[in-house]
Ligand binder design. Structure first.
Ligand code: ADP
Length: 657
């Protein structure tokens, strides 16, 4: 019994122990299940993290890189759908093979060293379309508990957008540098207050002449010669104020190849700002305009010389724009008018001119402005005391290479004294010719009387024995005729000057009149050969004597200026616009082109013509021209030196009202 009890006790103890053991096992079990739950939570959190991450995450297991984990982000980038788990990576993305990705994975798998790279371009075939994407990525070896490598994790970020942007920025910067370096302009970019050269293109380096290696050095260490020329101050001002500085044709001394040289530059100093809008440098963009600068300097100098010359001249010189607006008056104008240059330019030029000459001047001015011809005229200009003085005014157009008028240059020369002298001479001529006319006319009368008094028979008798009286008297008569004609011409001249020439117009037959005149001339010039051609028969309304005077002048000139022959052809012909023409053709010495206009001016005689051979005063053609002009006709001249001349005048056939 004792034994049995003992046995029971032992069993009970045993049972209690077991119970305790069960209890502690239960306890352990509970703890284990708790930690499994915690572990599950951890795994869940980890999976959630992987799958919800924006980063591209995948884990490849084994040497075949079987895709064990691939989050949605990476699957989207791969573009091969969702069923990729459990498949070898290079089977899913065969395009990676030719881009060396397989070698990279092998390298990480074999060495256990992680691999990282930024902005790697990878060509992917996304949904069938090849596309380049850029990635920052890490390949991380995966190990088991024993530390053996069992796979590779891929953690990547798609940086395509930023990479493309960076590429563009890099390209732009490259282009910008290329532009700077290939530019003909002189370009440099200076940084900081010390003006450290950041960029200097070849063009500016060549002008500086300090070699190629200038970047990184302060500007004025490279160009110390600029310090004394105000350049550091200029740069500082731009740097401090942020205001760009422009300069044109600035002369600068710079040392090139050991020699100081003068150059001229157009330039701009432009402040440079950083992204915070703070000035952090200055850009220099310049042009070497040395050649042009030297040329312009010369032009300025010569313009100054010209101005001084023009101011020094006693003549009144002025300049006007292409449209005739005065832009410059020289000192002589200022002295003469007593007005300063601004005053002269402000007031109208018309106010300087005598009212009686204004209209004529304006008309002439308008004419030359329209035609571009030279102008020459006489007019009265008021001096500083308000008294008008005669001037010879001349203007000529200045044209550019295209032949367009750019301005007008005018000179005014005082001829007041000359005019007064001329007036005195005119008065004297008028007086002399008037006084001469009476005695000469009476001499003529007496000669004619004597001629009529010599009886025919007496004469013949006398001719045989004594003096040849009649021929001498005849010659006297011819000479007196010439004298009378000269005196009348001189009287006419002063009549024209004083606007006193009156026309006594009448109807007469021109052909008959011409015939009569030729008869008279032939009578006193026996050896002449005058041919008359009537190609038109005309009646005119004109001053018969004056027209006769013109014909006599043409014919006597034709004879006078034909030393080796006396042939003259006179033609009466029908002109244009109901005019009749009379032409007088000779075969004499002819007239040079440049003289053909001038011979119609009063007292003009061609220099070089032997004065002793061809006597005359130079008024005949002037008078003829005035007479024909007053008849509303015209004079034409056709002449060739050595061949002869043809003078023609025309008259209206009908009465002019
Ligand atoms: P004058 O004959 O009295 O000198 P005119 O006025 O008649 O004056 O002529 C002016 C000038 O024109 C002459 O001096 C002469 O040089 C030139 N002249 C005129 N007619 C002729 C002509 N038929 N042939 C050549 N020269 C002429």
């Amino acid at each position: 019994m004792m034994n049995q009890d003992l046995r029971i006790k032992e069993l009970e103890q045993e049972l209690e122990r077991k119970d305790q053991e069960i209890q502690s096992l239960n306890h352990m079990n509970e703890r284990l299940s708790n930690s499994i739950d915690e572990l599950k939570d951890e795994v869940y959190k980890y999976e959630d993290l992987v799958h919800s991450s924006n980063s591209l995450i995948a884990i490849f297991m084994g040497k075949d890189y079987i895709i064990d984990v691939a989050n949605e982000s990476i699957r989207d980038v791969w573009g091969k759908g969702h069923n990729v788990i459990g498949k070898p990576l290079l089977e899913v993305l065969p395009e990676l093979r030719k881009q060396g990705i397989d070698d990279l994975l092998d390298q990480v798998y074999n060495t256990g060293i992680p691999y990282h790279a930024d902005e790697v371009p990878v060509e992917l075939v996304i949904n069938g379309i090849p596309e380049i994407r850029y990635f920052d990525f890490t390949y991380q070896p995966q190990k088991n508990q024993k530390g053996e490598i069992i796979g590779v994790a891929d953690i990547a970020t798609d940086v395509t957008k930023q990479a493309l942007l960076n590429k563009k920025v890099r390209e732009n910067e490259y282009r910008y540098r290329e532009l700077i370096h290939s530019s003909n302009s002189l370009i440099a970019i200076l940084r900081g207050k010390e003006m450290v050269i950041e960029i200097a293109n070849n063009a500016i380096k060549s002008v500086w002449g300090k070699g190629n290696d200038v970047e990184g050095k302060p500007l004025f260490e490279i160009l110390p010669e600029m310090i004394g020329q105000g350049m550091p101050e200029l740069f500082n001002e731009v740097y401090e104020t942020g205001e760009p500085h422009f300069a044109q044709e600035k002369p600068l001394l710079h040392k090139k190849d050991g020699e100081m040289k003068l150059g001229y530059f157009d330039f701009v100093y432009q402040p440079q700002r950083n992204i915070h809008n703070q000035i952090d440098g200055v850009a220099v963009i310049a042009q070497d305009v040395t050649q042009q600068g030297i040329l312009n300097k010369k032009v300025r100098e010569s313009e100054k010389e010209f101005r001084e010359l023009v101011n020094f001249m006693p003549h009144k010189i002025s300049m006007s724009s292409a449209t005739g607006e005065p832009v410059f008056y020289n000192n002589s104008w200022v002295t003469y008018t007593g007005k300063n240059a601004e005053n002269l330019l402000e007031n109208s030029w018309q106010s300087l001119i005598h009212p009686d000459d204004r209209e004529r001047t304006e008309q002439m001015g308008e004419k030359v402005l329209a035609t571009g011809q030279d102008l020459e005229m006489e007019l009265r200009i008021f001096d500083k005391n308000g008294s008008p003085k005669w001037h010879l005014f001349r203007a000529t157009a200045i044209k550019n290479e295209e032949g367009e008028i750019t301005s007008w240059i005018s000179s005014c020369t005082e001829i007041h004294k000359l005019k007064e002298e001329e007036q005195r001479k005119d008065d004297f001529l008028k007086l002399v010719s008037h006084e001469l006319k009476t005695p000469v006319t009476s001499i003529k009368g007496y000669v004619q009387l004597l001629l009529s008094m010599i009886p025919k028979e007496e004469e013949e008798k006398e001719n045989n024995k004594k003096l040849p009286v009649r021929p001498y008297l005849n010659r006297m008569e011819i000479q007196i005729e010439r004298l009378i004609r000269l005196i009348s011409e001189m009287l006419d001249l002063s009549r024209i000057e004083q606007k006193e020439l009156q026309l006594k117009k009448e109807y007469f037959k021109l052909n008959e009149h011409v015939e009569q005149i030729i008869e008279d001339i032939s009578y006193s010039n026996r050896d002449v050969q005058i041919e008359l051609q009537h190609q038109d028969q005309s009646e005119v309304f004109a001053d018969k004597d004056r027209i006769g005077q013109v014909i006599i002048n043409f014919v006597t000139n034709a004879l006078k200026y034909s030393p080796e022959g006396n042939r003259v052809i006179i033609k009466i012909f029908e002109g244009k616009n109901a005019h009749v023409g009379v032409s007088v053709r000779d075969f004499g010495i002819g007239i040079a082109k440049k003289e053909q206009k001038k011979i119609f001016k009063r007292f003009y005689r061609i220099a070089g013509n032997k004065d002793y051979t061809y006597a005359g005063f130079g008024i005949g053609l002037y008078l003829s021209n005035e007479i024909i002009k007053r008849h509303k006709g015209r004079i034409y001249l056709d002449s060739q030196i050595g061949k002869g001349s043809e003078f023609t005048f025309t008259l209206p056939k009908q009465k002019t009202k």
